[in-house]
Design a protein around this ligand. Structure first.
Ligand SMILES: NC(=O)c1ccc[n+]([C@@H]2O[C@H](COP(=O)([O-])OP(=O)(O)OC[C@H]3O[C@@H](n4cnc5c(N)ncnc54)[C@H](OP(=O)(O)O)[C@@H]3O)[C@@H](O)[C@H]2O)c1
Length: 214
């Protein structure tokens, strides 16, 4: 399968590329910064420079594929404005490009507990922006899966997680998030599902299968 990743030089995305290649998929990675092209090429990813805030229509950069992954984010150093232009509008531009290009499958890196306002104004805006992006995706008609991780860490992945519709707050290594994204992409029956994701005891494949079984 051909997969397009937006935010392809992000920390989760860089864990994801190798996992997708190992499963026999090819990856096109959309990056904002041209300096990141060489890193993607070295990882076997086809790089395309695309600043999602600079274009209304990103369908040409997305191209033809079987699935798209939204792994971008304005990041902790950004202000209120970029929560809207990247975290919400970037995700929506990706779904519009997917629809235009006939790509049915969309996997979203969201975040857990978006409906529980907390933190400062910037963080509360981030939560609203992510919630609006998720809502737009649910209403898009696409075959979506919304993965909602807890606080991300750079610890090595364990291959074991907890997945569920409403989990208590927790942490999760970015590498395990990437492993879940890869498993979700290979499990079409996860379409239509949204779930929280934190560290846990269940092997990732079993946890994803359990979500599908309900
Ligand atoms: N931090 C947490 O605890 C937490 C918890 C749950 C969910 N999440 C979500 O998980 C997402 C991914 O996490 P991560 O650690 O992999 O994030 P990350 O390393 O910050 O990666 C985000 C990527 O988005 C890219 N980006 C920013 N603006 C862009 C634009 N205008 N056009 C194209 N790409 C753009 C960035 O590119 P540059 O490298 O050029 O800046 C960066 O490579 C976060 O953004 C967040 O929404 C985070």
């Amino acid at each position: 399968m051909r997969v397009v990743v937006l935010g392809a030089h992000g920390k989760i995305a860089r864990h994801l590329h190798g996992k997708l290649s190992a499963r026999g998929h090819s990856v096109r990675g959309l990056v904002r910064n041209p300096d990141h092209v060489a890193d993607l090429e070295a990882a076997g990813v086809e790089p395309v420079v695309c600043d999602v805030e600079a274009h209304d229509d990103i369908s040409e950069a997305v191209g033809q594929a079987e699935a798209v992954v939204f792994a971008a984010g304005a990041g902790p150093g950004s202000g209120v404005a970029r929560k809207w232009t990247v975290d919400r509008d970037g995700a929506i531009k990706l779904l519009e490009a997917a629809r235009k290009n006939g790509i049915r499958r969309y996997v979203m890196v969201s975040a857990m507990h978006l409906d529980q306002p907390r933190g400062d104004e910037v963080f509360r805006t981030y939560l609203r922006a992510k919630a609006e992006a998720d809502e737009a995706l649910r209403e898009s008609g696409l075959d979506y899966t919304i993965v909602k991780p807890g606080r991300l860490t750079d610890e090595p992945g364990t291959g074991r997680v907890a997945l569920g519709p409403d989990l208590p707050r927790g942490e999760i290594p970015r590498e395990d998030v990437a492993s879940v994204l890869a498993e979700v992409l290979d499990t079409p029956a996860t379409a239509g599902h949204s779930f929280d994701l934190v560290a846990g005891e269940t092997p990732i494949r079993d946890a994803v299968e359990a979500v599908v079984r309900g």
